[in-house]
Design a protein around this ligand. Structure first.
Ligand SMILES: [Zn+2]
Ligand SMILES: [Zn+2]
Length: 257
């Protein structure tokens, strides 16, 4: 999640490409997929520019959540939460954040006016480390705000929140990557590429499934897990034809159709 990419962001983007491009060649889920596949330039524009809108929107939401939390949550409760061991706080933050993510994501799939925005992300037809950045800013802001609404009020330490951000950032790139990683039974606990690739599958059986961002067991808890053994999805995307450029994709959900 970058702003208009500055030098630091460009270094992180370069590092991400240096890690994932060779990995995707080494352990591909879809061996025939090219590095410079369809729509890669448009997804790069998302990576470079989308963060500006997302950071601004999330900044406003976060300020509102923090002001409300100050008024509603007792200081003694926040102090007790922050006094827990760091590892415990990190686990709690990830779980709460992903519950919020799951709830918002489920609404984006089931409410028609929200789906108009979320379908931009589901228009991806070839998944890789870059493709996952194709998200409408309103989609990203509201989904992350749902996570923030659960992790900011309790008063977790700044360290726990920052570590969660870093883990979320890298995991969200990982789950979109064209990577075949088998971690045995851990696939039922953590969201891995196979899990999220099924979320993007054009197979009807996988529609509205695998909605969590980091913890696949949340989908198991709510009956939305879809993880068939032994083969990845054949095709990705949606029936609706979405325009191909960044600006037209940002405006598309606002159109009457
Ligand atoms: Zn989705
Ligand atoms: Zn995705």
């Amino acid at each position: 999640m970058y702003g208009i990419a500055n030098i630091f962001d460009l270094n992180v983007i370069l590092l991400t490409a240096i890690i994932f491009v060779p990995l995707e060649r080494l352990l591909p889920m879809h061996i025939e997929q090219k590095v410079f596949r369809r729509a890669w330039k448009n997804d790069l524009i998302y990576l470079l520019f989308n963060g500006l809108w997302i950071k601004s929107g999330l900044g406003i939401f976060s300020a509102g959540i923090i002001v409300l939390a100050r008024a509603l949550i007792p200081r003694s409760f926040q102090a007790a939460v922050a006094a827990q061991p760091l590892l415990v706080q990190i686990i709690e933050v990830i779980f709460l954040a992903d519950l919020g993510f799951y709830a918002a994501h489920r609404l984006f799939h089931t409410m028609p006016w929200l789906w108009k925005f979320h379908q931009i992300h589901h228009s991806i037809q070839e998944l890789d480390w870059l493709a996952g950045h194709r998200v409408h800013p309103l989609d990203q802001v509201l989904t992350k705000a749902a996570s923030f609404a659960l992790i900011l009020p309790p008063g977790f330490s700044g360290k726990a929140i920052v570590i969660y951000f870093l883990l979320y950032h890298w995991q969200s790139i990982l789950v979109h990557a064209n990577l075949r990683i088998g971690l045995g039974p851990l696939r039922y606990f953590f969201a891995l590429p196979e899990f999220h690739h099924w979320h993007h599958s054009s197979n009807r059986l996988a529609y509205n499934k695998n909605l969590s961002g980091q913890l696949s067991f949340i989908d198991a808890l709510f009956g939305t897990l879809y993880l068939p053994r032994g083969h990845p999805p054949d095709t990705y995307g949606i029936d609706n034809v979405i325009p191909g450029t960044y600006v037209s994709q940002l405006l598309y959900p606002l159109k009457r159709y």
